[in-house]
Design a protein around this ligand. Structure first.
Ligand code: DQA
Length: 147
């Protein structure tokens, strides 16, 4: 099973963001953690990051065309990108929305996700384990049961 793991703006600069919120891992370490978790589950991951809304939309189109499941951390786009939502709605395999932090426990503008309504589910607040939990959920959803 192959999964696209898409990451939105500013996530490549995690090491420069508030470590009390985002932890200590830089994006490279986070990517390694996701890859290692995926290998344990027998999942192949393609991990990408962009600060560009258009790029993320094109990757969602690609996932829809190839019928690939997607784990998406839309970052700040979570809260206002109807264009990413519309692209996500066209996916043909499950979408799981993830966040490192718990947006519901943060500023009010983060309490809205325009993506959640088109996701199978959302996992937030567990740091890098949000991605690991999303991989486990996908493995179970798609019948690739963890032994
Ligand atoms: C985030 C939460 C968003 O509110 C924020 O804009 C981010 C990261 C998270 O992973 O916790 O950039 O998606």
């Amino acid at each position: 099973m192959k999964v696209l793991v898409l990451n939105g703006p500013n996530l490549a600069r995690l090491d420069l963001r508030d470590s009390a919120i985002y932890g200590q891992m830089n994006f490279q370490k986070l990517s390694e953690y996701i890859s290692d978790s995926a290998s344990e589950l027998g999942i192949e991951v393609d991990i990408r990051q962009s600060d560009d809304e258009v790029q993320i939309i094109h990757w969602l189109h690609e996932a829809a065309d190839l019928k690939l499941p997607v784990i998406l951390n839309p970052a700040a786009f979570t809260h206002y990108s109807y264009a990413i939502r519309d692209a996500a709605e066209m996916l043909t395999a499950p979408l799981i929305e993830v966040h490192l932090s718990n947006p519901m426990a943060r500023e009010e503008f983060r309490h809205t996700s325009v993506i959640s309504g088109v996701a199978k589910g959302t996992i937030a607040g567990f740091g890098p384990d949000s991605y690991r939990l999303a991989l486990i959920a996908l493995a179970q959803l798609l019948g690739n049961i963890v032994s």
